[in-house]
Write a protein that binds this ligand. Sequence first.
Ligand SMILES: [Zn+2]
Length: 195
Amino acid sequence: MPSTTETISLTQALTSAANRAGRCRDCEPFYCDACGWEADVAFTADVVAFRDTTDGPEVLLITRKWAPFAGHLALPGGYVDPADATTVTNPADEVAVSAVAAAREAAEETRLNIIRDQLRHVGRYDATNRDPRGRRISNAFAIQFAANTTVAAGDDAATAEWVPLETALNQPMAFDHHHILTDAVRLLRRGVLDS
Ligand SMILES: [Zn+2]
């Protein structure tokens, strides 16, 4: 097992996830509610979705259904799945594979239909203490939607709602999602997200 501070590639993490030796039959690739197993190192992807209304910009936030941070506001997102790497030209391209995961997870949690080419990379978040489960390396993406875009909570989200940006910036959020949101707002202000 790699130490939690060791560098590991996305490909290595996905290969490790696909090897289920020693785990129970219910184990997901990176965690297991049945036996409590958690991967030491895993890659995740998060989405900062904005929409521009007459009252100003809004950001899409979910309420987490599960630990850690159950009941907390968060950006939609989740684990990069081994299957996500099979849909891109270069499976070792961490950002490209993470964009697939980001679009898939946002759709699962909020019913948002994301065109992957419209995602803009916000950054790579890999501070060793950002997730209490272990080393979780996240690539975050931002995207802008039309004012009439609707969402609905699904999968791991208890709620999914458009929140006025100024309200969201003043809320505590799970993990380092407030930091990610702040970084994405810079792209929004620069007009980088206009499609
Ligand atoms: Zn298990």
